[in-house]
Design a protein around this ligand. Sequence first.
Ligand SMILES: C[S@@+](CC[C@H](N)C(=O)[O-])C[C@H]1O[C@@H](n2cnc3c(N)ncnc32)[C@H](O)[C@@H]1O
Length: 222
Amino acid sequence: MPDIIIPWPVTRLYDKYPNRIFAKWFSKIAAEVEAEGISGNIVDLGTGPGRLPIEIAKRISKGKLFGVDLSPDMIKIAKKNAETAGLGDRIEYKVSSASNTGLKDNSMDLVLSTNTLHHLSEPVKAFNEIYRILKRGGQAWLFDGRKDATRAEFMETVRRLDLADDIPALQIFSRLWRAVHVGSKTEVYFSGKIGVAIKESSFKKAEITPEGVFMRIRLKKV
Ligand SMILES: C[S@@+](CC[C@H](N)C(=O)[O-])C[C@H]1O[C@@H](n2cnc3c(N)ncnc32)[C@H](O)[C@@H]1O
């Protein structure tokens, strides 16, 4: 069972909607990274059009940012987006898998990922890869959609992320998202199921919290 790679030309559509809309969310995640004083080496797994490392590079001037994705076209788009933002020299994007990044052992201060866990057919492999590349004391913040999110949680997310103008686009995306992913063999977006995968991995435990339509998984390499 392969991982779900977003194919061309859907990559181009994904860049415009919804990833462009998600930039507001990525900016909030970047603000948290800054507030927690995290810098050094930071990687985004399943970076897609690369906007999360771009938002971090806008706030944090020290350290090196990486973005990896299995889709060559996504990486092409990410490089172009970083160049347009004038941050091409701060971020290294490369085509590789979240389960086999090619990054060095014990090299990352923070591993991030948004909306990608449900694309992975073997999430335990990805968790073990995250463990391998993290420095001791390093953290991972992994965000993914919650299958069981309610309408009220959707509206709360829209308010928190200031997305009221984007509701029609988000509704279309969320319908498409469910149609494409729900029932697929890679679906892992019930927190209980993700918790089981983490227990099987080198991390053994995680903090999993709902954040509106998303869940946040916090992992630490002790
Ligand atoms: C829904 S997109 C998320 C993109 C971006 N992080 C966001 O939040 O908008 C999922 C991405 O994961 C990528 N992907 C799928 N399997 C992967 C794997 N094993 N390793 C790295 N990326 C993968 C897809 O190509 C796609 O770009």
